[in-house]
Design a protein around this ligand. Sequence first.
Ligand code: ATP
Ligand code: ZN
Length: 286
Amino acid sequence: MSETLRIAVQKSGRLYDGSMKLLKECGIEVSNGNNQLRVIAANFPVEIFFLRDDDIPEYVQDAVADIGFVGENVVKEKNKEVDTIEKLGFGKCRLSIAIPKTGALQSISDLNGKKIATSYPFILSSFLKEKNIQASIHEISGSVEIAPKIGLADAICDLVSSGSTLFTNELKEIETILYSESILISNKKLSAEKKIILESLQFRLSAVKKAKNNKYVLLNAPNEKLDTICQLLPGMKSPTILPLAEEGWSSVHSVISETDFWNIIEKLKSNGAEGILVIPIEKMIV
Ligand code: ATP
Ligand code: ZN
């Protein structure tokens, strides 16, 4: 049997949907209907292992799985010997220090001699060391946000995304230690055959990522404005220009990046573009 690449994915939780969606967008079909722990993809040489996210870095280090989709927060905390390949664009959050909204504490320097509850003792202790703060770390595995209220700790260090959990628990964020998202990690010693499969997966990932970061734009423009409008549209090579049935007008097609999007659209409009259509791109291979 030829090689398959074993991918570790979170079994259930915040990263499950994003991971499965990304595999699907890469054209990899897997069914996890029976809540299986291991499935083989139908049309690509990969096998998916469903695991707890905390175990993924170790399993990838020990070659139980070849690669994994996991939060950078977990990879940094577990500190295992794995290669970080690339960011995956989902599961965005930050690891922050938060303190009670009302109380004596004001800033991180007030944490000297205090107790901080966290599920991230490794990251927190390196941060405190770097800032020269002597605080004690109380490790708990879940519901960290209630620790100050029940008198278990003076402050917390936990994952935040919208901040609503902090808000409901009357806590305020005072310092962000790490911005995190899901990343692709790999075992350090992949066989040549597995490396080829990984390269092919990365090729698909990059096409999906580029597509998400770009939009396809179609617009109509009077011919005398074409030069100005084309300069606003970088495109993959140069814009496509097609004559319209109406004399003196053309249709212009191009690709623009998500980050410049609104800025460019406004300029296009003010330079005479009409009937602007913006279309999502499914895959983009350049
Ligand atoms: P498991 O049972 O697999 O151990 P878990 O309870 O540790 O699951 P989840 O809460 O599902 O994990 O979070 C998984 C990952 O999702 C986090 O490690 C982090 O990378 C990411 N994440 C994104 N936003 C948040 C958030 N607001 N709170 C917690 N994690 C978040
Ligand atoms: Zn976990």
